[in-house]
Design a binder for this molecule. Structure first.
Ligand code: SF4
Ligand code: SF4
Length: 156
């Protein structure tokens, strides 16, 4: 997710005609709806590889703004933070939230009708109940052994 999502000057419905791999940086970044779901800690079942989301967020995540607290330096501060690019989307899409624009377009689906690029309203993910505004707890408040108790059933 980005720190500040710029959606100015984009061609109408460009995501329907431009493949992910051909998008400009602006077009790519504008796809992020700012939901913050990818900043939640995940658990992976060692046997099945199945991923479960928890309601525990990364220590850099700001639940008030629903943005990364230090987007520019996130890789240094949180080495496990995955940078989504056209090169990494193949491997990342399966564990991204089902609502995520990158995953949806990668899978040949359209953006959801509450996406800011569709509504023109940057707050529409929160209004649709998708964004993680103040609805998660920071990782420093949860013991690693208790993460299973924080799994959000059905979110992926
Ligand atoms: S889940 Fe996708 S759309 Fe939501 S913040 Fe993360 S990258 Fe952006
Ligand atoms: S560092 Fe944490 S808060 Fe920032 S983008 Fe990565 S997962 Fe999200």
């Amino acid at each position: 997710m980005t720190s500040d999502i710029d959606r100015k000057g984009l061609a109408p419905e460009y995501w329907r005609t431009t493949p992910l791999s051909d998008m400009t940086r602006l077009e790519w970044e504008a796809l992020c709806d700012g939901c913050g779901r990818c900043c939640l800690l995940k658990l992976e079942d060692e046997d099945t590889g199945q991923v479960a989301y928890t309601d525990v967020h990364c220590r850099l995540f700001d639940p008030d703004t629903c943005r990364c607290g230090n987007y520019a330096h996130r890789k240094r501060l949180v080495p496990g933070c995955v940078q989504l690019t056209p090169e990494t989307i193949d491997a990342s899409a399966p564990w991204m939230p089902e609502t995520c624009a990158y995953r949806r377009l990668h899978e040949g689906r359209d953006l959801p009708d509450w996406h800011p690029l569709v509504t023109g309203d940057p707050d529409s993910p929160r209004k649709a109940g998708v964004a993680m505004h103040k609805s998660s707890v920071p990782e420093w408040e949860v013991d690693e052994d208790d993460l299973e108790d924080h799994i959000i059933e059905g979110m992926l």
